[in-house]
Ligand binder design. Structure first.
Ligand code: 13P
Length: 250
């Protein structure tokens, strides 16, 4: 059985005060009986604050980006070892906002994934198609290309220590959610792509769905056989909504 994961991606939102209030509310409301892993992916400046608040809680800390480089003259970048030093366990790589707005390529995403693994972090690798790619029937080939770039760089075995997230670009922040059938089709295909290289790795890897997940639609998505939790954007900034999503994951 795969343990579900619910990860909140706060994106570039919050203040010290709002982050403190949000984490406090989530920590208080999280039920010790839930078996899913809960990850809070904070902006860099608040990582230490959240790390301190999560000590002896059931939740883990994540970052939203990592440099593909090690220490050195890379002004403005943050390395995997710095993240680990601040108590970070997970890091999102290849989010569509980074691919689209910051021109991250498949090769760069693969390097970031490799650096995260080498630095002892668990990467959450995001893949997903745009609306026009979906309309052209290219969804599966797009996600396969994105996934294959990473598998070719690090080997399929690395996915024993990683999480995959399917985030259709057209569903992110739009209020449009993939139907459970649409999401399951892609999740099943992603698992098959991994299974064609290693059935053991495929049966163990968690594949999260992201894109306008709310308390109201989480249950039907998480009930799909190949959906192992969610990567939550907007709804992760509201403690009540986020906790209800965690509850839906069980
Ligand atoms: P929304 O939940 O706001 O659509 O964002 C999803 C996302 O991008 C999570 O990484």
């Amino acid at each position: 059985m795969r343990t579900p994961v619910v990860a909140g991606n706060w994106k570039m939102n919050g203040t010290q005060a709002s982050v403190q209030a949000l984490v406090e509310a989530i920590r208080t409301g999280a039920d010790a009986q839930w078996k899913s892993a809960i990850v809070l992916c904070s902006p860099f400046p608040y990582l230490q604050l959240v790390a301190d608040m999560l000590v002896s809680s059931r939740m883990a800390l994540g970052a939203q980006n990592v440099s593909e480089f090690g220490a050195g003259a890379y002004t403005g970048e943050v390395s995997a070892s710095m993240l680990q030093d601040c108590g970070v366990q997970y890091v999102i790589v290849g989010h569509s906002e980074r691919r689209a707005l910051f021109a991250e390529t498949d090769a760069q995403v693969a390097d970031k994934f490799a650096t995260a693994i080498a630095g002892g972090l668990t990467p959450i690798l995001c893949v997903g198609e745009t609306l026009s790619e979906r309309e052209q029937g290219k969804t599966l080939s797009v996600v396969e290309t994105q996934l294959a770039a990473v598998i070719e760089r690090v080997g399929v075995e690395s996915f024993a220590k990683a999480i995959l997230a399917y985030e259709p670009v057209w569903a992110i922040g739009t209020g449009l959610t993939a139907t459970p059938e649409q999401a399951q089709e892609v999740h099943g295909a992603l698992r098959e792509m991994i299974a064609s290289r290693s059935s053991d790795i495929a049966s163990g890897v968690r594949i999260l769905y992201g894109g306008s997940v709310k308390a109201a639609n989480a249950g039907s998505l998480f009930a799909c056989p190949d959906i192992d939790g969610g990567l939550i954007g907007g709804a992760s900034l509201d403690a009540t909504e986020f906790l209800a999503i965690c509850q839906a994951a069980g």
